[in-house]
Design a binder for this molecule. Structure first.
Ligand code: PLP
Length: 449
């Protein structure tokens, strides 16, 4: 029934998907957009809302995959980009814009003594691990189960279950350089005591997938102590959390300062862009040392046609100036909290198993499983196994949940959402109603108890 209504309301999306199937493997341009029977095709977005090609309106919780904390089409960002585009989109050279952009990053992110721009978050983490290896002269990187750092070969292992299946297409030799462990400081301590070929440890400082898989309290401070003791480079992947958890990211809130940080998303104000930032003496492996013949052998190479391109730089400058106040983060976080609390109340009233949890301006949903820590209200960690948290629900529940929320005019992202500073009370009310209707439907269709 859910699926039937979804299809009936979206004839144009359906026909676009038929074309897309002949153009893109799997029919989509990002794995997360894969949805059966077909995804919605968006043609316009403004503020907290977006509209599909069939004229359906949605409250958007994908928000540019987390890039748009200020909402769609923020005036200052659009104006900055418009002005820049008229003066050229790529100068094939250095520009004052890249200086101003880097100055904002340095001002806001505590670990940013030096900055290197990339074109995406994936490129940023790829460069970060290369820097860690070059700086230490060691080869292995430690990461944690369930943490996502982009799709490149060096960090894709252990991102999602099943844990014992190697990611297809990644050479075995590369996989041997990545050690995936649980978020357990004693496991890390014993690993670093035994294995002397570890260059760095990378972590999503909220836990995997922006807190979907929470880390224990005190974990970051423990990580800092252990990595310092063993002379291992500590990398915070703040691609999602940077400028969102606070103007200075998670590190700006908790005071634990990594050696290297990776950034993207909000960094470029909704345009493509990433960065690696960190301590000067480590980042200097990218420097030239004044000797041209030191290239390759003595320094880390880094190129990229669109690094610090003027369009992304001007959007980034406009966005960072606004988020530097901390006000958008506060507004978004208050709304996200309201969403978590209200949706938990719906779960309780509907008598289904599940919970909504998270922190800062995000929320995560688990359905069909009774959380250990559920006491209603606002929870950070439901205390459930990582496999359950990572998937959000069993079997077909996720898909039907997403379809039903779309039918009700709400676009949920990854069994959760990223809230912006421009989401309104009306958006929240609509989301709560959609959630209630959806749970009733899922119960009615016998897929949720
Ligand atoms: C924590 C984290 N790191 C890295 C990435 C990769 O960033 P991008 O999609 O810009 O390549 C993502 C993407 O969502 C991410 O969430």
């Amino acid at each position: 029934m859910i699926e039937k209504t979804y299809i009936e309301q979206r004839p144009i999306s359906r026909s676009l998907y038929e074309k897309a199937m002949g153009l893109f493997p799997g029919g989509v341009t990002h794995d997360i957009r894969y949805l059966l029977p077909f995804p919605v095709y968006i043609k316009e977005a403004r503020g907290s809302r977006k509209w599909d090609v069939d004229g359906n309106e949605y409250v958007d919780f994908s928000m540019g995959h987390g890039a748009l904390i200020l909402g769609h089409g923020r005036e200052e960002v659009v104006n900055a980009v418009r002005e820049t585009v008229l003066r050229g989109t790529h100068y094939g050279g250095s520009s004052e814009l890249e200086i101003r952009w880097a100055e904002w990053v340095k001002k806001l992110i505590p670990s940013a003594e030096k900055v290197k721009f990339t074109s995406s978050g994936t490129e940023a983490t790829l460069l970060a691990v290369r820097i860690a290896r070059a700086y230490t002269g060691k080869s292995k990187i430690v990461k944690f189960y369930g943490h996502f750092h982009g799709w490149h070969d060096y960090l894709i292992a252990g991102e999602r279950p099943p844990w014992d299946v190697d990611p297809m297409g990644v050479p075995y030799e590369v996989l041997k350089t990545v050690v995936v462990i649980p978020s357990d400081l004693s496991v890390l301590e014993s690993l670093l005591s035994q294995d002397k070929d570890i260059a760095g440890v990378i972590v999503e400082p909220t836990g995997g997938s922006w807190g979907k898989v929470p880390i224990p309290e005190g974990f970051l401070a423990g990580l800092r102590d252990i990595t310092r003791k063993h002379n291992v480079v500590l990398i915070f992947d703040e691609v999602v959390t940077g400028f969102r958890w606070s103007p200075g990211g998670v590190q700006g809130l908790c005071g634990v300062i990594p050696d290297i940080t990776t950034l993207a998303k909000i960094l470029a104000g909704g345009f493509p862009g990433g960065a690696v930032v960190g301590k000067g003496h480590i980042m200097d492996v990218l420097g030239f040392g004044g000797y041209e013949d030191h290239r390759r052998a003595k320094r880390v190479i880094h190129q990229g046609t669109f690094n610090a391109n003027p369009v992304s730089a001007s959007a980034g400058i406009a966005c960072l100036e606004i988020v530097s106040t901390g006000i958008p983060q506060k507004e978004a976080s208050e709304k996200a909290r309201e969403i978590r609390v209200s949706l938990n109340e719906v779960i309780r009233l509907q008598g289904v198993k599940g919970c909504v949890y998270g922190e800062s301006s995000v929320f995560h949903i688990v359905l069909g499983v009774e959380p250990v820590n559920f006491n209603g209200g606002d929870i950070r960690d439901p205390g459930l196994p990582i496999d359950v948290l990572k998937s959000g629900a069993r079997g077909d529940v996720c898909r039907l949940f997403q379809l039903s929320m779309l039918v009700e005019g709400v676009d949920i992202f990854h069994m959760g959402g990223l809230v912006s500073s421009v989401h309104t009370d009306e958006d929240i009310e609509k989301t709560v109603r959609a959630f209630e209707t959806t749970l009733k439907r899922l119960k009615g269709e016998g897929v949720l108890d």
